[in-house]
Design a protein around this ligand. Structure first.
Ligand SMILES: Nc1ncnc2c1ncn2[C@@H]1O[C@H](COP(=O)(O)OP(=O)(O)OP(=O)(O)O)[C@@H](O)[C@H]1O
Ligand SMILES: [Mg+2]
Length: 375
């Protein structure tokens, strides 16, 4: 999959710009604070219709303006797609494929797949469970658009149930209502867990393979789903949806008193985690810096491979500032992996590494193509 061109208007510090990209490598070079990451954010917006930097839509509108517009020409093995998105600060989004307006975000999710890799991705390995859940969920959203709605619905149920738990704690005697919310929580929550387990069964071996390659066969990376909703004694891989619902329900009963006491839902996919182990040792807690970096890189490469195996095409890879962060051996491994099969965008403040492709110089929200590196 490739993005052939991009037009942006009033997006971040860009007034109005258009760029035609190289099908393989695009180096985005410029001084700090000129708009390099903003450009990757605009490209990635066409995949998720939200910011990879967690910005609100209204914050991405160029200051003093009331809307932004992003349009990309996407080329897949079969066919080309014009994807466009207009956002107005009164919170209206207009989404179009080939000029035809689409009602829901999910109609456009999965049309254009892109994966961002930035230094913050080290947090997937180093920080708390939220970063790991987000890693998995984002990958799943672009592969299975309906998953996005299941997550949204689950979030709503969770908020309502938490409010109810607090009310019960304050003796408002609404215990009988909890049953209704329990059923909904178990229903959506189990679907989320089941889907995550299924995806992990494909993702984990891909990450393991990549990790073995980078470490010359010295390290085995294991990824396992850790779930409070599921009594960990069960063999999760063979769990059916019904099994998950049953264990989830039991666990809720078990934690009933504690949930009332705390006033929050303690059991469910919103509390789950991915266990990452190298040669049996928990890399989240005990991994060296280098092992954590290699793990993050392997997780990203697995993400690309999974998109490829599910859709038949590699997603577009957006590397924000990672080249300077990776040491030479990991950088070479990444470049070798990318080869000429993944269209890649690389932001950098200096041009120390040589690549074929196009170079774009970004200065104060202006994109200028400069001379290409010799082949
Ligand atoms: N909504 C907005 N309207 C106008 N300008 C904005 C908006 N949001 C961010 N900016 C500006 O965009 C500038 C460039 O941001 P960006 O993150 O793309 O820089 P960068 O080139 O990636 O820099 P670095 O090399 O430091 O990562 C920032 O200085 C910021 O002030
Ligand atoms: Mg940047």
């Amino acid at each position: 999959m490739k993005i052939l061109s991009l037009s942006i208007k009033n997006f971040r510090n860009y007034k109005q710009q258009k760029a035609d990209f190289h099908p393989e490598v695009n180096v985005i070079v410029g001084y700090n604070a000129q708009g390099k990451s903003n450009l990757l954010e605009a490209i990635n917006y066409l995949s998720f219709f939200s910011s990879f930097r967690n910005a609100r839509d209204m914050d991405m509108v160029r200051w003093g303006q009331s809307y932004f517009f992003i349009e990309g020409l996407i080329k897949k093995t079969v066919g080309e797609y014009h994807l466009s998105l207009g956002y107005n600060v009164d919170n209206k989004k207009v989404l179009k494929i080939n000029g035809n307006q689409q009602k829901k975000v999910s109609d456009l999710l999965g049309v254009f797949n892109s994966v961002v890799f930035s230094p913050e991705d080290l947090n997937i390995v180093k920080t708390g469970p939220a970063a790991r859940r987000k890693y998995l969920d984002k990958e799943m959203i672009q592969l299975f658009p309906s998953y996005y709605y299941t997550l949204l619905e689950y979030q709503k149920i969770l908020t309502q149930r938490n409010n109810l738990l607090k009310e019960i704690r304050e003796n408002k005697n609404k215990k009988e209502m909890l049953e209704i919310w329990n059923r909904q929580l178990i229903n959506k929550g189990s679907r989320i867990i089941k889907k995550r387990l299924d995806v992990l069964q494909k993702l984990a071996p891909l990450a393991r393979l990549s990790h073995r390659k980078i470490t010359n066969g010295e390290e085995d990376l294991d990824i396992n789903y850790e779930s409070l909703a599921l009594n960990q004694e069960k063999n999760l891989k063979n769990c059916s949806l019904e099994d998950i619902e049953a264990i989830f329900s039991l666990q809720l009963e078990k934690h009933f008193q504690m949930e009332i006491y705390r006033g929050i839902t303690l059991i469910g996919p919103h509390r789950d985690d991915l266990k990452l182990a190298i040669n049996g040792v928990d890399v989240r807690k005990y991994g060296s810096q280098g092992q954590q970096r290699t793990t993050a890189l392997s997780l990203k490469i697995a993400e690309l491979e999974l998109v490829k195996s599910e859709t038949g095409e590699y997603p577009v890879l957006l590397l924000d500032d990672v080249m300077s962060e990776l040491d030479e051996s990991r950088r070479n491994h990444l470049l070798l992996f990318i080869g000429n099969k993944v269209q890649t965008f690389i932001t950098t403040t200096d041009l120390t590494f040589k690549q074929k492709g196009k170079i774009f110089f970004i200065s104060q929200g202006e994109i200028k193509e400069t001379e290409s590196f010799p082949k």
